[in-house]
Design a protein around this ligand. Structure first.
Ligand SMILES: [Zn+2]
Length: 252
């Protein structure tokens, strides 16, 4: 059966001499595993559309166990993501986030749009990478169905005042009276909470107005990663470990 969809390459693996097996997040069919036969041949028409980050219009042939890429018309290669170490590292993390949390052949159009927009913004980003990534994370986890409860206490529904924490287990902020119900909750204050709300609601390409102190961003990023890992039931992200090892060794 022949099918068509836009898609973004999340992962590529060399298969035999000249083929690639691609993991593509397609708009219509969700995540698919697709064989790009001959993609590694020097004159293959699939060279550009079979690279990681590539956003293309694909024609697939749906076989018994996986898809075959018949044709891929590139829409945007997001090539400039590869030209900058920060863009590349954060880009790899975005792809890992999406890849590790979606199941095969379950479409999620909002998430597809977020990934597309995220790569677009990242491809011209020169600063404030951490702010961008926290904004991406909170939108991403919300679109997956785990939007954290940020307006009132998630446990008792009381208004939140200055004393609060963030409960990863219950998925939202908790008030002082409820601290005893979750001993593993994360420290948070009203300033951090308001920044998190700003990043949830602001479009990814309109973050310039939001000025967040560095130390606050590190704390928010730490909470977001824990929250995401908890919800998608993973232990760690390889791309984040890799990023840390590079930064520690003075690579950036
Ligand atoms: Zn409460």
């Amino acid at each position: 059966m022949l099918v068509k969809s836009e898609g973004i390459v999340l992962r590529e693996v060399k298969f035999e001499e000249t083929n690639k097996i691609l993991t593509i997040f397609s708009r219509k069919y969700g995540k698919v595993t697709a064989m790009a036969r001959g993609a590694l041949r020097p004159r293959s028409p699939l060279i550009a559309s079979s690279q990681v980050f590539s956003y293309s219009d694909y024609n697939f042939y749906k076989g018994k166990s996986f898809y075959h890429v018949n044709q891929g018309d590139i829409i945007d290669s997001f090539y400039s993501i590869r030209e900058d170490m920060n863009r590349l590292l954060y880009g790899a993390y975005i792809l890992e986030l999406v890849d590790s949390s979606i199941v095969e052949e379950v479409p999620n159009e909002r998430l597809f749009e977020l990934l597309k927009k995220g790569l677009k913004v990242l491809s011209s980003l020169d600063k404030d990478f951490l702010k961008f990534i926290i904004a991406f994370e909170i939108k991403y986890i919300s679109f997956l169905g785990y939007r954290p409860y940020l307006n009132k206490c998630v446990l008792c529904d009381k208004d939140i005042n200055n004393t609060l924490k963030f409960s990863i287990n219950y998925g939202g902020v908790i008030c002082k009276d409820c601290f005893k119900l979750d001993h593993y909750s994360e420290k948070m204050d009203i300033l951090m909470l308001n920044f998190l709300k700003d990043l949830l609601y602001a479009p990814l390409d309109e973050l310039d107005e939001i000025k967040i102190p560095k130390d606050v961003m590190f704390k928010l990023q730490d909470i977001m990663v824990k929250y995401i890992l908890n919800n998608i039931e993973k232990k760690k992200f390889y791309s984040l470990d890799f990023m840390k090892s590079i930064k520690k060794n003075g690579g950036l």
